[in-house]
Write a protein that binds this ligand. Sequence first.
Ligand code: FAD
Length: 309
Amino acid sequence: MTVETAQVPAYRTFPVQVARVQRLGESFLRVTFTGPELDVFASNGWDQRIKVMLPLPGRGVVDCPAGDDWYGEWRALPPERQMPIRTYTVRAARPELLEVDVDFVLHGATGPASAWAESAAAGDEVVLVGPNARFPGPTGGYEWHPPADASCLLIAGDETAVPAICAIVESLPEGRHARVLLEVPTAGDALNVAAPRGVEISWLPRRTGSGSAPRGQLLTAAVVATVRELGERLAPSPTAELAEVDVDAEILWEVPDAAPGRGSSGVYAWLAGEAGVVKGLRRHLVRDVGVDRRSVAFMGYWREGRDSD
Ligand SMILES: Cc1cc2nc3c(=O)[nH]c(=O)nc-3n(C[C@H](O)[C@H](O)[C@H](O)COP(=O)(O)OP(=O)(O)OC[C@H]3O[C@@H](n4cnc5c(N)ncnc54)[C@H](O)[C@@H]3O)c2cc1C
């Protein structure tokens, strides 16, 4: 490795603007970004995460960091010029067209990202921090690591995980057995997914004509039922010890690097969504059922009542 390539960062900033927006469902807005440097945006697929640096009122993106140490630059800014930064998923990347799609959940004007997306229009500028195709190794930034021999994939999440889950599902090979559980705000949020043969998708809308289920209730019930059905195929843990995570004080992010193979009977699970809900699922899988944590990625994508600052 030359000195020059060793200094290339795995993630870098990409100044972009909105090319177009498309309403996908009641709560989902697809924003297609374009920018002259997106030809070197690495297109890894799966649940690839990125950061979105949002414009500051009256200043736009003029203060957004541009160097390799973008986070250090951001921290060095005076607080009133530190633009909000939020984590999102690459729904699709087309570097050859200089385009990246990000699907935003519209949850009202409470958060800067959701508020920005509500009124996003062609020409609006943001800065993305994303994987760099010039980096000589794996750029990382995704947690989808199923063992090749897992016979069943359990993929579950709420609306914030829908973009990641749709991208994962669409990348699966034909015939790979996957159970996919998606809790979304309304029936109008059940999106079209190009699911290969072998994938069973259940959309679980919280709000229906007959009322509204509390957040997480449907997802939890569906995961519990699916886990019961999968029974023996879930890898039992050597110990079912579990250190509880205080989701109001720390991030719930427990992901195996490489899940252990279990011959042809193993299940690999990927669970993401509101941290309190994921915490409950983690407790059920690890403590109650005794699932091997090395077979499950648990990710608190956001915390109800708390902004992501
Ligand atoms: C790896 C990763 C990938 C993600 N990918 C996506 C993605 O592709 N699309 C996506 O929409 N989100 C995604 N998220 C979640 C997103 O980062 C959070 O929802 C974030 O809080 C949104 O920022 P905000 O500025 O809108 O709200 P914030 O300023 O962070 O929060 C303001 C308020 O809104 C609440 N809130 C935040 N999100 C929601 C929500 N979805 N529904 C209801 N209330 C909410 C907060 O609890 C808080 O009370 C991802 C998160 C992670 C960690």
